[in-house]
Ligand binder design. Structure first.
Ligand SMILES: [Fe+2]
Length: 338
């Protein structure tokens, strides 16, 4: 299958300006913000009347860095499979040989050249929580001078075969290794305001959403501020497989083909919690949510659910990243959609 996806213009309802928190106390009767989104290979343009200034985001997911040093030796029995998984890759566009470090540096160089407002790191930047790899990423990010956002994927905190539930392993290895990347923000749910748009990071790397995360999301919707959701695992869309695994009605023990290989607890017999399914529903009903950016699948795709675009990035291990511009609409374009 060709790796490129194409997306023509989409438009949903428009909500005017002059938003205040109070006016958004009840979102049920609010009209959704109108969004026009276009994709040209990895270049994404998001237009909306509620965007006042252009914002450039370089979105990176699934680098799968495996760099390690002597500090990782005691953990090799948990890291060995993933340490070999992406040592040499093929660039998704050119077919040339590449590797995760080279691909990550190229994405950062692009962000620097284009003077990006922010670099969004949306999970599986690491194949396991290697101290050497985490330090390398921190130093490379610092050298760009560009602010960055980080949220974890299912591999960043996972040492395969280590005892524990997904939730406790995530807590442990975020606390021990990944924490500096969050720069003081809550690792499981955080907001990042950039030029009038609020980027939400919600960690769904266990495939599930907690009650606290759902409450956090509801509060963000109630502000009426234009939102963009950043999650590692894509939100389920009709026709998509089980790895589109957040809110997927088919997700659960019966469809878990990876637990033996990844040496982790099997997904639950009962599938998603009600909270996770409610989160899925509420994401696509949120009138002020402009769109969703994600990763995990290692293959670019676009899903539109109830007028809201979700864009999945190609894996950075193979050179992929998204060049996203959030843009105000000019007068002529506004006339087209109003
Ligand atoms: Fe992943």
């Amino acid at each position: 299958m060709k790796r490129r996806s194409f997306f023509s213009k989409t438009a949903t309802g428009l909500f005017g300006l002059g938003i205040t928190s109070n006016s958004w106390a009840n979102t049920a009767d609010k009209k959704p913000f109108k969004v026009c989104a276009t994709i040209d290979q990895n270049k994404v343009s998001f237009y909306s009347e509620v965007i006042n200034e252009s914002i450039k985001v370089v979105h990176i997911a699934d680098t799968h860095l495996f760099k390690d040093d002597e500090r990782g030796i005691p953990y090799q029995k948990y890291s060995s499979r993933m340490a070999k998984a992406y040592n040499e890759t093929r660039h998704f566009q050119t077919g040339e040989k590449t590797n995760p470090e080279e691909a990550f540096e190229q994405a950062l160089a692009f962000a620097k050249k284009e003077k990006a407002d922010v670099i969004a790191l949306i999970g599986d930047i690491f194949s396991f929580p290697s101290e050497a790899a985490i330090e390398w990423v921190q130093s490379k990010l610092k050298a760009t001078g560009i602010p960055y956002i980080y949220v974890s994927g299912n591999h960043d905190w996972h040492y395969e075969g280590m005892e524990g539930t997904l939730e406790t392993l995530r807590d442990t290895w975020i606390g021990k290794r990944l924490l500096p990347l969050y720069q003081g923000k809550n690792p499981l749910m955080a907001s990042h305001d950039i030029k009038g748009v609020r980027f939400l990071t919600i960690d769904n790397s266990t495939y599930q959403i907690s009650k606290e995360q759902l409450q956090f999301f509801r509060k963000q919707v109630a502000t009426g501020i234009p939102l963009v959701l950043l999650v590692h695992i894509p939100m389920y869309a009709p026709g998509k497989g089980v790895y589109f695994g957040c809110g997927n009605p088919n997700w659960g023990a019966a469809t878990d083909g990876g637990f033996n290989i990844e040496k982790r607890p099997k997904w639950p017999e009962s599938g998603h919690t009600e909270t996770t399914l409610n989160f899925h529903k509420e994401v696509f009903e949120a009138p002020n949510l402009l769109g969703i950016f994600t990763g995990h699948i290692h293959k670019n795709s676009i899903e539109v659910i109830k007028g809201k675009p979700q864009i999945v990035a190609d894996d950075n291990a193979s050179g992929g990243y998204l060049d996203i511009d959030f843009l105000p609409m000019n007068e002529k374009d506004l006339k087209l959609i109003n």
